[in-house]
Write a protein that binds this ligand. Structure first.
Ligand code: ADP
Length: 353
């Protein structure tokens, strides 16, 4: 149970919006110079889900977000936010739609001339909420983000993490059912990033808001998202549950992002050091049904010696998985038997000299 001060009374939202892209494209045409920023996006975000959209710079992530909040218009395709197709929607309706979407940004985008309370109050003022009601709601929102005592501080008197908390309170002010976070933690140090991600999780769990997180950091995806879509060159090249993508990435780009977060295989320098000694090295995928232990026992019986030289196990979405790198020495047939047994049941890759 939430404590009274943390109660979701800060917002009445109890449910998120569904977002669906159908073959959406976006072409920028600047005086004859064409850039296909989105090349046919198909993606569904279910209500109340947290999705991480990850990709290198220029992959099309920001363009995708700008489509959702109607700040830019798609070239073709359909995009549903809730019931409504945003493509071709008149500006007046778009403005109403935007009120149901909260945004948080890398640079916080706070008004420096207003206090924390003033920043949170701003969208409520624009929406015409009377002052007494506004003050009460601002106090609730600041409490919800853990800044109940900082209402009178100006942005310059706040740390980066506190500024982003104000940004989140402001984004929640109009009671959105969808929150878009565009590189919202990229300007923060690791501890503060963790704090802000924890708050976003609370927003999702307690208020049920759908959250779309745009990031180039796989750690962010890992700690907050249910699903992940990997973008490359205007396309979604991989999509799945965070567990599926982390434990078994299908594309090179996804594997590279996963490696930045898990660091459970030796890098080239470590591999070089490990190869300087005797024996053969194998990196084995450890999923919950891994045949590693059976194969290791059999190989030892047959005269191989096994030592674990590198690895890491992690838990995601209630599943444990990881990789170990092992060195096998001793009887050559036993070593080869280990490799052959595992390469049929699970991923087992030899690190070659
Ligand atoms: P990301 O957010 O993944 O870094 P962007 O969505 O910003 O990627 O950009 C995707 C591609 O679209 C890039 O090649 C970028 O140069 C291009 N692009 C983005 N906005 C514009 C624009 N307003 N005019 C022309 N090209 C653009």
């Amino acid at each position: 149970m939430a404590t009274p001060t943390n109660s979701p009374s800060a917002s009445t939202t109890h449910g998120g919006t569904r977002v669906e892209f159908k073959n959406l494209t976006k072409v920028f045409d600047n005086g004859g110079h064409r850039t296909e920023a989105l090349k046919g996006i198909n993606l569904t975000v279910e209500p109340g889900e947290v999705i991480g959209i990850i990709g290198y710079s220029g992959a099309g992530k920001s363009t995708l977000v700008r489509m959702i909040n109607g700040l830019d218009t798609p070239t073709s395709g359909e995009l549903y936010v809730g019931e409504h197709n945003v493509v071709g929607m008149p500006e007046k309706q778009l403005r109403t739609l935007r009120r149901g979407i909260g945004m948080i940004f890398q640079q916080f985008n706070l008004l420096s001339s207003r206090t924390a309370a003033g920043n949170v109050a701003y969208p409520l003022k624009l929406a015409g909420m009377p002052k007494a009601q506004r003050d009460k709601r601002v106090a609730e929102l600041l409490e919800f983000v853990g800044l109940g005592d900082k209402g009178n501080n100006y942005p310059e008197q706040l740390s980066g993490g506190q500024k982003q908390r104000v940004g989140i309170a402001r984004a929640l002010a109009t009671n959105p059912a969808l929150l878009l976070a565009d590189e919202a933690t990229s300007a923060l140090d690791p501890d503060t990033t963790h704090e802000v991600l924890k708050l976003l999780r609370k927003v999702n769990k307690e208020l049920g808001i759908t959250i779309v997180v745009i990031t180039h950091e796989m750690d962010v995806v890992r700690s907050i998202a249910d699903k992940v879509a990997v973008m490359e060159n205007g396309r979604i090249v991989e999509y799945g549950s965070v567990y599926d993508v982390f434990s078994n990435p299908q594309t090179d780009v996804a594997a590279r992002f996963v490696a930045t977060s898990l660091r459970n295989t030796p890098d080239v320098v470590e591999a070089d050091d490990l190869l300087a000694k005797d024996g053969r090295l194998f990196t084995v995928n450890l999923t919950e049904e891994s045949g590693f232990f059976a194969a290791a026992a059999k190989a030892r019986e047959a005269g191989a010696r096994i030592s674990i030289v590198h690895g890491g196990i992690t838990t995601l979405q209630k599943h444990s998985f990881g990789k170990v790198t092992v060195r096998l020495t001793g009887d050559e047939d036993a070593v080869q038997g280990f490799y052959e047994q595992l390469s049929t049941t699970t991923d087992c890759e030899e690190i070659l000299r």
